[in-house]
Design a binder for this molecule. Structure first.
Ligand code: NAD
Length: 455
């Protein structure tokens, strides 16, 4: 055999080594203009006027994200904390709009077509129902509901009033997730039985310990209205700004972060149902500041065709935001804004493990036959397949702008939205099941007959 020729076995080792070295895969930068959410000209007569209820952290971010979208205009904002009226105008680049504590003033305006609801979760139900009953389309922040009952009432009201609804897990409009869906739909992963996702953060801000602005007090904030249908209690500025920590207003890690993971996974896999069962574990290890939710949460979910494991950890951020889809023919991961597809197999290799329990004669006969049946390619005809695929969006890409653009496009055209109320309801149920299992220390089961979570 010549000095430079390789046996088939050498070739296979080389191939495995090259893959392990990760022979620098070409990164494809995705093109936003191929998607229908990208900027498109809109005649002035088709401008959609919208209002917003809740202009805190997320509300301001949403307002700012609408600026690149053609043919939409924010004309009014409601918030219960006066400084947020100023923040809303600033988020719109200094635009003068009507601001009010009373969102009814927005609902009464005939020139408003659509309303964004970005209040804490415990206000979503009432605000959304009021919006659609006032004849406006609705963009409701995630998690859509604060309870299963809230979600059912919201779906019913939206459908009864025939309104467009988008729920605000913006990743379902992301070009990166569309690419992931394309790979999933192509069947390249083969049968997928396992999906894992994590969203880990290790900062006080990541754990919702937000600083409290110095002008916040019971004069600048309408505390009693903010409480809504939650139990009455004296003014509490910590609860106002860090509401995610308390059951009366939020849903902890599940409602804040699992919902994004679930929405992404449901979208990519074409799932539109609640999980069948959920089993959670976790604990409150570090943030012992009176909060009612854990700072580490794991949930294992059953779906008809795959098992899903989710984790959020406030005390280590190494994994960041991660999704893994593990298939018989390949693995797809999303790490932050990088999507990777890596094929697996087919493995044309002779057995080299169990045959060491055979006598040498039989083993050698087995190898001789295997190599006869699988002849090595001619020298010079070896092919090293470099078929790992890597995708990323271009710098500055905003899935939030795309998500809002998709919503406004649907408001204008009445075409179906990307993430409607039923989809949002189903992912929110997954969050409620996670919490129910965590707090009751039992398996939470979704009962489609009674539309309730059983333990
Ligand atoms: N999609 C995302 O990535 C994302 C990110 C952050 C937050 N969110 C969601 O957005 C929502 C708001 O979160 P946030 O961080 O902005 O909270 P926040 O506390 O910063 O802001 C909420 C605002 O709503 C106002 N508000 C409450 N009830 C109101 C009412 N009845 N009328 C008028 N204003 C009212 C409050 O005064 C407050 O300023 C939550 O549902 C949250 O889960 C989504």
């Amino acid at each position: 055999m010549g000095k430079n020729s390789l046996t088939r076995r050498d070739f296979m080792r080389l191939g495995a080594g090259a893959a392990a070295l990760g022979a620098a895969a070409k990164v494809t930068v995705l093109e936003p203009s191929t998607l229908w959410a990208s900027p498109r000209p809109v005649p002035p007569s088709d401008t959609i006027r919208f209002g917003i209820i809740g202009t805190g952290v997320e509300g301001c971010s949403l307002l700012h994200s609408t600026l690149p979208i053609s043919g939409v205009e924010c004309v009014a904002a409601a918030d219960l904390y006066d400084s947020r009226h100023i923040a809303a105008k600033e988020a719109l680049g200094g635009k003068e709009i009507e601001t009010t504590r009373d969102y009814r003033r927005i609902l009464d305006r005939k020139d408003i077509d659509a309303v964004i609801v970005a209040t804490p979760d415990h206000w979503h139900r009432k605000a959304v129902i009021d919006v659609v009953e006032a004849g406006k389309d609705i963009y409701c922040e995630k998690p859509m509901s604060h309870s299963v009952e809230d979600g059912l009432a919201m779906v019913e009201a939206i459908q009864k009033n025939k309104k467009m609804c988008t729920v605000g897990s913006q990743r379902v409009s992301s070009i990166l997730y569309h690419k992931a869906k394309e790979i999933w739909d192509s069947g390249k992963l083969g049968m997928v039985d396992t999906i894992m996702a994590a969203w880990d953060r290790n900062t006080d801000s990541g754990a919702w310990v937000y600083p409290i602005p110095p002008d916040a007090n019971d004069k600048t904030i309408d505390w009693n209205t903010w409480l809504g249908e939650a139990p009455k209690r004296p003014y509490d500025v910590v609860r106002f700004f860090r509401w995610r920590c308390y059951k009366d207003y939020g849903a902890g890690l599940a409602g804040d972060l699992f919902v994004h993971l679930l929405s992404g996974i449901h979208h990519i896999t074409g799932t539109n149902m609640p999980p069948q069962r959920a089993l959670s574990t976790g604990n409150l290890y570090h943030y012992k500041d009176g909060r009612e939710f854990p700072d580490l949460l794991w949930t294992m979910y059953d779906y008809p065709n795959y098992q899903l494991v989710l984790r959020c950890n406030h005390n280590n951020s190494e994994e960041g935001e991660f999704f893994g889809f593990y298939g018989k023919k390949g693995t797809m991961t999303i790490r932050g804004s990088t999507l990777t597809f890596k094929p697996q197999g087919p493995y044309e290799t002779p057995e080299d493990y169990s045959v060491f329990g055979w006598p040498a004669k039989l083993r050698n006969e087995y190898y001789a036959k295997w190599w006869k049946d699988h002849p090595a390619p001619e020298p010079g005809k070896f092919q090293v397949k470099e078929d790992e695929e890597v995708y990323t969006p271009p710098p500055g890409y905003s899935d939030m702008t795309d998500h809002l653009a998709n919503f406004f496009h649907s408001v204008r055209t009445r075409q179906p939205v990307v993430e409607n109320e039923v989809f949002g309801h189903h992912t929110a149920i997954g969050c409620h099941m996670s919490n129910q299992s965590y707090f009751t220390k039992t398996v939470a089961v979704w009962d489609p007959g009674t539309r309730k979570i059983k333990s």
